[in-house]
Design a protein around this ligand. Structure first.
Ligand SMILES: [Zn+2]
Ligand SMILES: [Zn+2]
Length: 436
């Protein structure tokens, strides 16, 4: 078996691993590293035609956005994923193409790409040439999967992005009966000190803070990723409001949050048992809660901004790199009674990071904005923390070798130290090829 790490090596972004076995060549994930200048996997155009299948772990752009590039460069074979991943790729990747306008992507790439998808179910093995493939629930976002490959007598497990805690939406990632000699795993939060406090305490603290702002007549802006965190937050807010722990106020959903909400609703069979039962047995559908109000026009948005009413606004983008959130922040940043609450990672160089770091003045659309509103950040992650990642490693039977990817250099190294000497561990370099 031959492995080639084409991205996400000593970095987070552009996940892409080529696997070759007995004349079959497949790719696991085809992501783009989104940044001031996007970075692509090291996949030679000449190699694209020789690939027999692509398997996508989940819809996040760092795992899926390179697909239209591949299709434009001649990839015409199947792309395998779960049903929710296929649907979420549809909205996330088309949004990426609109914003990034990559030059090597043809106009019809999106439609072609969607046509090449083949939906596969969790747990059911399928074959791409000489390689057996199985997707296992990863608990990270709707439809997310770990990818298990069987190459003759050797088995490889690729974690994709994983979370091993139950969330409002999803069951924890699958850890029963994992059996693989080779593990390729993420290490986003594998560093020293990456042990998360109890999510319950964090959520309670955040809700108390929201309550304080609403009770004082203020507005709360919650910038999030459109897919995953946003739905998680919305269901939490709705629960707290219904139980009286938060005062009644409209929860506005703006941007991609809306479309993604629809996809979550009709894929509820992929959600957590508890949520499924609530909807299917008790007719209690939190996705259709009266507390949620869709924002569909610029006029409606202006009305919310200038209105007196306390409210919560859940909108994209999560790091303030674009999207409707900027319209809200531009006006509401000046209001000391209002508040912005970050619930996700804020990358270096983003406006989100500037605010979290305490900026007193920010630049939006070339105009200076005084920062008077309160800025808070809560750690709620869709990734496993260091402890859970270590537990995950220990649950894989017959494990011999671990490749650590999808993490900042320092974190991957610290995680490797933490695993210790029980297995052979490697942090592959970008472009590195390994024969096993
Ligand atoms: Zn992800
Ligand atoms: Zn990722």
């Amino acid at each position: 078996m031959k492995l080639k790490f084409l991205g996400a090596a000593e970095e987070v972004g552009r996940s892409c691993i080529m696997v070759e076995y007995e004349g079959t060549r497949i790719i696991m994930d085809a992501g783009v590293k989104i940044g001031e200048e996007d970075a692509y996997p090291l996949l030679e155009a000449a190699d694209i035609g020789s690939i027999d299948g692509v398997v996508i772990s989940h819809a996040h752009l760092d795992h899926s956005a390179y697909l239209p590039h591949m299709v434009s460069n001649g990839y015409s074979k199947p792309i395998y994923s779960t049903k929710p991943t296929f649907e979420l790729v549809g909205i996330l990747v088309s949004d990426y193409l609109k914003i990034s306008e990559p030059k090597d992507v043809s106009k019809d790439a999106m439609a072609k790409m969607l046509g090449q998808f083949k939906i596969v179910e969790y747990q059911k093995e399928f074959r791409i040439g000489s390689i057996g493939v199985r997707l296992l629930p990863a608990g990270h976002i709707l439809g997310s999967a770990m990818i298990e490959l069987t190459c003759g007598g050797e088995r490889l497990l690729y974690s994709g992005d994983v979370n091993f805690r139950n969330t409002k939406l999803l069951e924890a990632g699958y850890t029963d009966n994992l059996d693989a000699g080779i593990l390729v795993m993420e290490s986003t939060y594998g560093g020293n000190g990456d042990t998360f406090p109890s999510e319950h305490a964090t959520i309670n603290g955040m809700m108390a803070s929201i309550k304080e702002t609403l009770s004082a007549g203020g507005k709360v802006i919650m910038p999030t990723f459109g897919v995953g965190r946003a739905q998680e937050m919305l269901l939490l807010l709705d629960d707290y409001m219904k139980s009286g722990l938060l005062p009644k106020a409209p929860i506005y959903m703006d941007g991609m949050v809306n479309k993604a909400m629809g996809i979550h609703r009709h894929n509820v069979v992929y959600c957590r048992e508890e949520l499924k039962n609530r909807i299917l047995l008790n007719d209690d559908d939190p996705f259709k809660s009266k507390n949620f109000v869709k924002v569909e026009t610029a006029k409606q948005r202006r009305g919310i901004i200038s209105g007196e009413e306390p409210c919560i606004i859940v909108t994209t983008s999560g790091m303030l790199t674009g999207g409707p959130v900027l319209k809200y922040v531009k006006s509401l940043a000046k209001v000391p009674e209002d508040k912005i609450i970050f619930v996700g990672y804020q990358a270096e160089g983003t406006l989100g990071r500037e605010l979290v770091n305490g900026a007193k003045e920010i630049l939006i659309d070339e105009s200076r904005v005084d920062v008077k509103f309160k800025v808070e950040k809560y750690h709620l992650s869709a990734h496993a923390d260091r402890q859970q990642l270590l537990q995950f490693v220990s649950k894989v039977k017959n494990l011999k070798k671990v490749f650590i990817i999808h993490g900042e250099k320092r974190k991957s190294r610290e995680f490797r130290e933490a695993i210790g000497g029980k297995y052979t561990t490697e942090i592959p370099m970008l472009g590195q090829e390994v024969t096993i």
